[in-house]
Design a protein around this ligand. Structure first.
Ligand code: ZN
Length: 423
């Protein structure tokens, strides 16, 4: 009997962690998501605090989230909103519970070296247990290296960082450095600003050192009201006095009188003008380069979808429509679908685009190691430390310590020290 119980517990423990990574369907509303899972939305919305309804429209299109299903029925779902909080849906009997909880993710730093067996995409996925690394790696090398030409025996080494939730990758992997050996050719990519600098030792036209320079674009942002009175700041964790829980407030609230004009914070194109659950009468303006502003609770909308607006142009009037306790403006700013603090934009000239332009230099590198910058050399040199039997590297943080000593004469010394830890 005890033995049987043990088996049941073991199986349910496996189920409990059975999350699957999904991507939010572009344009899908939260209500549509509930319907898809045969969840009664009216009943569901009735248990959500008025303030929380707004976050349901903060879910980003195509963004990753996690589902735990049993026999095709949704058991649990974790849907990140912003960078620190997430919606948590869980099945309780026949009903579903709703909550907003802090996002718990781990940052995994890893270095993996792979000897290509047959297909680099499959091999990289297998070695990293991450379906996105190869795609990002291909992007790092862009046109400088044809991934299709990688053959059996070629070597790929990657140093990267990945956020993970429930053991599954979340958000984009950050590739810090990468090394590829294709036949006699060696390629090295190291992160530099927003892009990568590629080094190679191969003496052919495609191995010329390619450097990218940036020409940034700037845009001015102004306040949305004539008189500024902030009643609620942007925060991921706002203590809710009634619910006794932390709740995010992914925008800034400005106190104002009903009917006061609302101004566009910058020039752009109106992409939404109408009613939105929780937000009432809303206007959304696309400022280009992934920046979108949102103006909620208006009494009157004065701009139409498709209309181009100038900075400080009147787009509507203050009201208290939607879930609101009094006349005010809720201003949200989104960067690539992710809520960001509007305070970083208002009354500032903001760099909104790095506008990468590629400049080609004709320098050919013979001694790759000599040409590498200091940090890249650390990675490159430690590549040689690799055990030739095993191509899987040990985690740099737990087993190898890099000690950098800066001396008076500015010659930095690097020490690689192995410490005890799990391999
Ligand atoms: Zn607000």
């Amino acid at each position: 009997m005890r033995f049987l119980l043990f088996i049941v517990l073991a199986i349910s423990a496996i189920w409990a962690g059975d999350y699957k990574l999904k991507y939010w369907k572009a344009g899908e509303s939260f209500g549509e998501y509930l319907t898809k899972h045969k969840i009664d939305s009216t009943k569901f919305y009735s248990q959500i605090a008025p303030d929380d309804v707004k976050f349901l429209s903060s879910i980003m299109s195509k963004s990753p989230f996690f589902e735990n299903s049993e026999n095709g029925k949704l058991k649990e779902a974790l849907i990140p909103i912003g960078e620190q909080m997430q919606i948590y849906i869980s099945k309780m009997g026949d009903d579903y519970k709703f909550d907003i909880i802090p996002l718990k993710y781990k940052v995994v730093k890893d270095r993996v070296t792979i000897k290509i067996e047959n297909n680099c995409f499959i091999d990289i996925k297998k070695a990293t247990n991450n379906p996105h690394i190869a795609t990002y790696l291909k992007r790092v090398f862009k046109d400088k290296l044809n991934f299709k030409k990688l053959r059996k025996g070629d070597i790929v080494s990657i140093e990267y960082e990945q956020k993970s939730i429930e053991g599954l990758p979340w958000d984009e992997p950050k590739i810090e450095a990468a090394y590829i050996k294709r036949g006699d050719s060696e390629y090295f990519a190291i992160k530099e600003g927003e892009g990568y600098k590629i080094y190679s030792n191969k003496e052919s036209s495609e191995t010329k050192v390619v450097t990218s320079s940036t020409s940034a674009k700037y845009q001015a942002f102004r306040y949305p009201l004539r008189k500024i009175r902030i009643t609620s700041k942007f925060t991921y964790k706002r203590w809710h006095p009634i619910l006794h829980r932390y709740r995010p407030h992914l925008g800034i609230d400005f106190g104002a009188k009903r009917g006061e004009p609302i101004y566009a914070i910058s020039s752009g194109k109106v992409i939404y003008s109408g009613w939105m659950r929780g937000y009432g009468k809303v206007i959304k303006i696309d400022h280009g380069n992934g920046v979108v502003s949102l103006y909620a609770h208006q009494s009157k909308l004065l701009a139409k979808v498709g209309q181009r607006v100038k900075t400080h142009q009147i787009i509507g009037k203050i009201g208290t429509t939607g879930r609101s306790t009094g006349p005010h403006l809720h201003l949200g700013v989104y960067k690539r679908g992710r809520p960001v603090n509007p305070a970083n934009y208002l009354n500032h000239i903001v760099k909104i685009n790095d506008g990468v332009t590629i400049k080609k230099s004709v320098k050919i590198v013979h001694n790759l190691r000599k040409e590498l910058p200091f940090r890249a050399k650390i990675v490159y040199n430690s590549l040689k430390k690799e055990n030739s039997n095993s191509y899987r590297w040990k985690n740099l943080d737990s087993t190898v310590k890099i000690v950098i000593q800066k001396r008076e004469d500015k010659h930095a010394r690097v020490k690689l020290r192995t410490t005890k830890g799990d391999a």
